[in-house]
Design a binder for this molecule. Structure first.
Ligand SMILES: Cc1cc2nc3c(=O)[nH]c(=O)nc-3n(C[C@H](O)[C@H](O)[C@H](O)COP(=O)(O)OP(=O)(O)OC[C@H]3O[C@@H](n4cnc5c(N)ncnc54)[C@H](O)[C@@H]3O)c2cc1C
Length: 411
């Protein structure tokens, strides 16, 4: 009999296996794919953004109202601990300007291999190419796990089957019905960290344009913008032939795909977050000797030329008009467009392009100190199967590692 069977050999499952085996437990990992850690391999453009360079509070804040649930797990394994551990396994790391932590080698493979080495060195067994079909609790309290043709018995189970995004990676949401069958509420799932679609042709025409520092806010219908960190993001935005990609768009996509009618969503883009509204008004004011300057030359100091041209078209004014000639109405409209450019959306690219799944096993029914089910003793959850999803920047691996580690410490 196994002390613990871990279902899913992804980020959370592999970390959990290493921790449990280091405790001297008899550990079996069952992974559906032929290779373990497929999402680790493809993560961060195959460079693997392991975690974020900040303290525990920074991680909690990035997860908004989910941060409190993660707090005890992060105290067990915070971002500095992840870096220290990964370094100890022989994988040197670096921090990039954005705060993202990567292996110095820029090879996700090094991270995946180190995770696998740690668990096998600890004596755990990793069986790949084995899909778990179901499991049941026996009258003895032990768990019987069924795969095609084989059965395994364990004292405890860790469910680390991930979410629904990139289903080709083995993540087909298998864990949700299993948890639901044991009485767990599953918060409705939807795609997050996925590109945004826009029906506006003028948006498509800006394809290839990257704005390095904008603030985007997703709003629904005529509702006012919400303060939720999942609705707003300040970082870079990429304009594409279908709408938007890049971290800013991806970070608010979970809110958009979660809305009942995602095509009613709009993206408000603050093109100049470093300037206040009144500073923008002053910028376009003909006073102070700038009346002879053309609109494009003034705008181009703050936004790329292509964006400046787009703004003048949007505001129905010629780009070569001087500030002195700029009609008041156009000036007001330009200020509004600079601070709150309103772009219609048509939903998101969904699960096939989503880096994570929002929703999942309801947090209230899982003990955050142990990651054990409050309904089914001996059953633990780790990683994306939980109703936990963070922004781009290494936050999701951090949550997967910390929950995997904590579950494995308490099985
Ligand atoms: C393209 C892409 C890039 C990303 N880049 C980053 C990044 O740089 N930084 C970051 O923090 N996050 C990144 N993420 C998100 C990150 O990959 C996930 O948050 C993380 O992998 C979740 O870990 P997990 O262990 O919960 O799930 P997963 O890593 O998805 O692992 C779940 C595993 O369970 C297995 N499984 C499922 N059902 C069964 C079954 N029935 N039997 C056996 N095994 C099963 C699956 O095959 C899978 O291997 C990225 C995601 C994608 C898709």
């Amino acid at each position: 009999m196994w002390d613990v069977i871990i279902i899913g050999g992804g980020a959370a499952g592999l970390w959990a296996a290493g921790t449990a085996s280091a405790r001297g437990l008899k550990v079996l990992v069952l992974e559906k794919n032929v290779k373990a850690g497929v999402k680790i391999l493809m993560s961060g453009g195959s460079r693997c953004n392991i975690t974020h360079h900040c303290d525990i509070t920074g991680i909690m804040e990035a997860f908004g109202n989910q941060g409190r649930f993660l707090k005890p797990a992060l105290h067990n394994l915070g971002p500095a601990d992840v870096v220290a551990e990964v370094n100890r396994w022989g994988v040197a790391t670096k921090v990039e300007e954005t705060g993202k932590v990567f292996p110095v080698s820029d090879r996700a493979l090094d991270v995946r291999d180190a995770l696998v080495r740690r668990l096998t060195d600890g004596g755990a067994r990793l069986q790949t190419g084995v899909a778990v079909q179901r499991f049941e609790r026996q009258s003895t309290g032990q768990w019987r796990v069924f795969t095609e043709g084989e059965e395994f018995v364990a004292r405890a189970l860790i469910l680390a089957t991930g979410g629904l995004s990139y289903a080709g990676c083995g993540t087909t949401g298998d864990g949700y019905p299993w948890a639901a069958a044991l009485g767990h509420k599953i918060e409705p799932t939807h795609a997050a960290l996925t590109p945004l679609l826009s029906p506006a042709v003028w948006v498509h025409e800006l394809q290839g344009l990257t704005l390095e520092d904008v603030r985007v806010t997703a709003v629904y219908g005529s509702e006012k913008p919400q303060r939720d960190p999942r609705h707003t993001s300040r970082t870079s935005l990429l304009w594409t032939h279908f709408g938007f990609s890049g971290p800013a768009a991806m970070n608010v996509s979970g809110a958009v795909s979660g809305w009942e009618e995602p095509h009613r969503a709009r993206l408000l883009v603050d093109l100049v977050p470093e300037l206040s509204e009144s500073a923008c008004a002053t910028l376009l004011d003909a006073q102070g000797g700038s009346g002879k300057r053309s609109l494009h030359s003034v705008l181009s100091q703050h936004v790329p030329r292509r964006m400046a041209e787009c703004l003048s078209v949007q505001c129905e004014v010629a780009g070569d008009v001087t500030l002195a000639e700029l009609p008041k109405r156009a000036r007001l409209k330009l200020v509004e467009s600079l601070k709150k450019l309103s772009v219609p959306l048509a939903g998101t690219r969904g699960y096939p392009k989503a880096e994570v799944t929002a929703g999942g096993v309801c947090r209230q029914e899982v003990n955050p100190h142990t990651l054990e089910s409050r309904l089914s003793p001996g059953l633990f959850f780790a990683g994306e199967i939980l109703d936990v999803d963070g922004p781009i920047g290494g936050f999701n691996f951090q949550a997967a590692f910390a929950t995997g580690h904590t579950a494995a410490t308490h099985v």
